[in-house]
Design a protein around this ligand. Sequence first.
Ligand code: NAP
Length: 316
Amino acid sequence: MSARVLDGTAVGNQIRGELRPRIAEFTARAGRPPGLGIVLAGDNPGSEIYVATKLKSAGDLGCRTDLIRVPAAASLDEALAAVQRLNQDDSYDGILVQSPLPEGMGPEAEQVVFDTIDPAKDVDGFTPVNVGLFVQNRARLVPCTPRGVIELLRRSGIELKGARAVVVGRSDIVGKPMAMLLLHEHATVTVCHSRTKDLPSVVREADLVVVAIGRTAFVQPEWVKPGATVIDVGTNRVTDAAEVERLFAPDSPRRAAFVRRGALVVGDVHPGVSAVAGALTPVPGGVGPLTIALLLNNTLVAAEARLARRPAMSRA
Ligand code: NAP
């Protein structure tokens, strides 16, 4: 039996379709479109692709988008200055700083830069103010990837109330907020990480498993309870032909895709899990498109909240 595919591309398109008229309505009311400013520091090729996709998606829906580039050799102060300019410019509702930042900016750079973003414009939901509100279940701006996962589960009719959920990975960006959101949805949540003892037996207890660790095909079919829902957040670039042959059957379209492109994006979950799980997100086409859709949603949410806060006189 093959697991039901949870189609993130379709749900992402659905969310975007819902946002389009709301963005048009905002633009008519505010006299300007929602504005998203993305700070890209350095020249990481992966970041270039992610940022281009985010800018295009936001532009397609009618948002104003701007890319602020900071050179790889720039100082942390220069990155902070770019964020401050966006904080002060009223035409931007959302600010996103693409990670990773260049190593030369130092190990604490990302935290320092995120801390500088105006919480009202923090469309990633990473600032301490928004994290605090989120833990109390009263945040407007929630991290996009885990929020996208919840939207996919809801729209796919997967019951979360009372479900036994296991989140593998505890990053501030995915694992921790994922666990918190599932808790808010009344699941019973366990969070696992690199020091978890006997990970397979913990995963085996789950009705819902969310994996975000950045390790190719790590979660094995025999770890998964038959019929469980499995969300694969991982995106790992595989360029080794032998690894592709180990992971995918000779007739798999993924092998043909590898031959065409010389590389594949593979998740943290072994492809064989589809024979055991009840529902599974594909990689690509699962969580990724939802992350972008929720970023656009957050940009609109931030724009609406900022407009509502402005005095009536200055809205005219
Ligand atoms: P991260 O910051 O590197 O965190 C990885 C987490 O995985 C850590 O908590 C780590 O545990 C845990 N881990 C590593 N090896 C493990 C093991 N052998 N067993 C159990 N846990 C292990 O990664 P991230 O930013 O959360 O990203 C995770 C993956 O999701 C990456 O592939 C990333 O590219 C992908 N991602 C995708 C999207 C999307 O939109 N599709 C968005 C964000 C991230 P410790 O804390 O103990 O070190």
